[in-house]
Design a protein around this ligand. Structure first.
Ligand code: BDP
Length: 697
């Protein structure tokens, strides 16, 4: 290569790097701003307050030259981390409260909300991300690159400068939405995580996260005493086992005095647990809780348990945990997935919410889109989480929403918490899909205030992420005109976000269908999946139960009677096919193909129209996004455009696969005003069984 060529290619390389770095999404909703000057007065200094001051200096969009005061003083009405914004500045109980107030103030400046006289206290005390990261750097159900915390290979435990920079950025992003805990490893935990090299790295991570108010937690493997401690048993009532855990906990707290505690997946999906030794979940959880108690550590014990019995999988968590109510220590909290099965696009809420009255209980949501199109499909999840949090359990009379049964307002819970399975990884934009950042954001915002609406959160996120405040205003192909921006960008794109989850339900699993994915990857359709030798509750046939008469899982008293686990009047409402909400109809009933739906259509027709509507919604999203082009930088625009195209192709595959397959049972034509399938069922069966669906890429 001659010199000229070399320098031209260098030029292009540098040029493209500059452009790419400008908007690769790495700054998420914390875009660089053209800040004005501000004079920040603080009565004291601390690492956390210094961060707050820096943020104010870098991001102040209020009056140029204004003075604001940060005041830390006791105020009971603010609970732990709440704050007050007023004309003079921010008041809070703690330094961390000031930091949260700072982010709120800056956010309000950018979104044009009032910055005075706002009092804010968190709905949940612990607002936690669960990372399903493995020690080798891979991430279970991760779709955005490898782990932020763990590396593969030799020297993988050495902490580098770039690790520290990354963890700092991660901590800042979390603090900006009030997240205050991170479980650093997979619930399917390796016992190695409790060995000294890994604990040293946890300490290093914790040191970086500390000033941002984020506690670290670890998932533990219940059989660690035998696996790495050389003991013959891991029986939670064995005195050597108890001692082993006490010593291990002491070792951890000697390194990390503010360590948060343990998350435990036990006696579930093949993981070891107390039941292997004839003990109960309470025996296991309490033994760990006792070890952690002297250090104020907590145990988050998961209720995601089911085994290959004849009992309906949807019933098993309740069956095992309801009888244990009241038997757990006060530093144990039971972590329950939102639905009774497993993070499906739509599930009714788990009946454990509200049913455990003497035991602290916390929702587990899934931010990573294991069952909603990974990081390819655009799915804004706040509407799904709101639907769950606002579900009425009726456990203490009408209005006993899931939110109230978990935030301490209905039950006297000493500990309140909410967790989300993280969608972050080493990808430049952290989450794979730019719009998946909105789910990280929404999780934090709802954990802080579960009364916010999905619309408000989407509005904030869009303004912060794509708004006119960033230094790179040249992102825009047009001069900034707020009204035009609202009409052509903000409003339609917000609507797209708000509709996106329901679109997925429509083209994947409408009317209460669930878990009909192709196996393992949980991406493409596999309603036909059900090999004779497979575990029944790991097949699609088990969940949809389609036959010549109808489709759906009968969970009423004529079937598995899972509805008994719900409080009245909900139980009767679900039991009666006429009053059961149609969006969960096939979750609770086996419904005849010619059953008349509320619309007057038969069930078969209604199913067909839902699948078709799903496809059309995605086609509309494409149009909305194409029109948004002048308002988005090139890189993020093309990324989302390309993904939407793929999502539209995938949606057609879902529709074709499910309709052609279920038609073999319904024996009825697909209504003729619906576009005809583009694929043959046999081809789809082959292609989507072998690998995650990537049809025609
Ligand atoms: C399922 C996932 C699996 C997890 C499990 C869990 O498919 O990878 O290990 O949940 O939550 O959703 O334990």
């Amino acid at each position: 290569m001659n010199h000229l060529k070399l320098s031209t290619s260098l030029f292009f390389l540098l040029f493209s790097l500059l452009i790419l770095n400008a908007q690769n999404g790495h700054n998420v909703w914390l875009q660089n701003k053209k800040a004005k000057t501000v004079n920040v007065v603080s009565s004291k200094e601390s690492p956390t307050l210094n961060i707050a001051k820096n943020e104010l200096n870098q991001g102040w969009l209020g009056t140029d030259g204004a003075t604001i005061t940060l005041t830390v003083k006791r105020n009971k009405s603010l609970k732990q981390d709440g704050f007050i914004l007023n004309e003079n500045g921010i008041t809070a109980n703690t330094d961390l409260g000031i930091l949260y107030g700072t982010f709120e103030l800056l956010r309000r400046q950018q979104t044009g909300e009032s910055t005075s006289n706002a009092l804010s206290i968190p709905s949940y005390d612990q607002r936690i991300l669960n990372h399903w990261d493995n020690p080798n750097g891979s991430i279970e159900r991760g779709y955005a690159g490898n782990s932020l915390f763990w590396r593969y290979g030799k020297d993988s435990l050495t902490v580098t400068d770039s690790d520290i920079k990354l963890w700092q950025e991660y901590a800042r992003i979390n603090a900006s939405v009030g997240i205050n805990g991170s479980v650093l490893n997979n619930v399917n935990a390796s016992p190695m995580i409790l060995t000294s090299g890994y604990l040293q790295r946890v300490k290093a991570i914790n040191d970086v996260l500390r000033p941002y108010g984020i506690k670290t937690f670890l998932s533990i493997k219940f059989s660690s005493p035998s696996l790495i401690g050389g003991l013959e048993t891991s029986d939670p009532l064995d005195k050597n086992v108890i001692k082993w855990w006490r010593d291990k906990v002491k070792e951890i707290y000697t390194l990390i005095p503010d360590f948060g505690g343990f998350l435990v997946k036990a006696s579930s999906e093949g993981q070891p647990g107390p039941q292997d030794y004839g003990r109960s979940h309470a025996d296991g959880a309490n033994m760990l809780a006792d070890a952690l108690k002297p250090y104020n550590g907590i145990v988050m014990w998961r209720a995601f348990v089911y085994s290959p019995t004849d009992e309906d999988r949807a019933k098993q968590a309740y069956t095992e945990f309801a009888p244990l109510d009241g038997e757990f220590r006060d530093n144990v909290i039971i972590q329950v997935k939102n639905g009774p099965i497993d993070f499906q696009p739509r599930e009714p809420f788990s009946p454990l919410f509200g049913a455990l009255k003497e035991t602290a209980i916390m929702p587990e949501l899934q931010i990573t889109q294991e069952y909603l199109g990974h990081s390819t499909h655009l799915a804004y999840l706040a509407p799904m989480w709101k639907e769950f949090l606002e579900s009425d359990t009726y456990q203490e009379g009408e209005g006993s929403t899931v939110a109230k049964t978990t935030d301490g307002s209905l039950f006297d819970q000493k500990l309140t918490a909410i967790a989300g399975v993280a969608n972050t990884g080493l990808d430049d934009n952290w989450t794979g899909h730019t719009f998946a950042q909105s789910n990280w954001y929404a999780f934090g915002r709802l954990a802080w205030n579960h009364e916010l609406t999905s619309e408000q959160i989407a509005d904030e996120w869009l303004k912060l992420t794509f708004g006119p405040f960033s230094l790179e205003n040249k992102n825009y192909d047009v001069d900034f005109d707020e009204q035009a921006w609202n009409t052509n960008f903000l409003n339609p794109v917000k609507q797209m976000m708000l509709d996106s989850r329901e679109a997925i339900v429509d083209y994947m699993m409408p009317l209460g269908l669930h878990h009909i994915f192709s196996p393992n990857a949980h991406y493409g359709p596999g309603p036909w999946y059900g090999p004779a030798r497979a575990r029944k509750d790991w097949t699609s046939l088990y969940y949809h139960q389609a036959d010549s008469l109808g489709i759906g899982f009968d969970r009423t008293p004529t079937g598995s009677n899972a509805t008994i686990q719900y409080e009245e009047p909900l139980r009767s409402q679900f039991n009666n096919i006429e009053t059961c909400p149609e969006d969960v109809l096939l979750w609770f009933h086996h419904v005849p193909w010619d059953y008349k739906m509320k619309s007057g259509k038969t069930l078969w027709e209604e199913l067909c129209y839902h699948y078709d509507t799903g496809v059309h919604k995605v086609r509309t999203f494409q149009t909305i996004w194409d029109k948004a082009k002048p308002y988005v930088d090139h890189e993020r625009f093309y990324e989302v455009q390309t993904k939407l195209r793929r999502q539209a192709r995938n949606a057609i595959v879902w529709k074709d696969a499910c309709l052609l397959y279920f038609q073999e049972f319904s024996n009825t034509p697909i209504p003729y005003d619906i576009e005809r399938p583009l694929h043959n069922l046999e081809d789809l069966k082959i292609s989507t069984m072998k690998r995650p669906l990537d049809y025609n890429n």
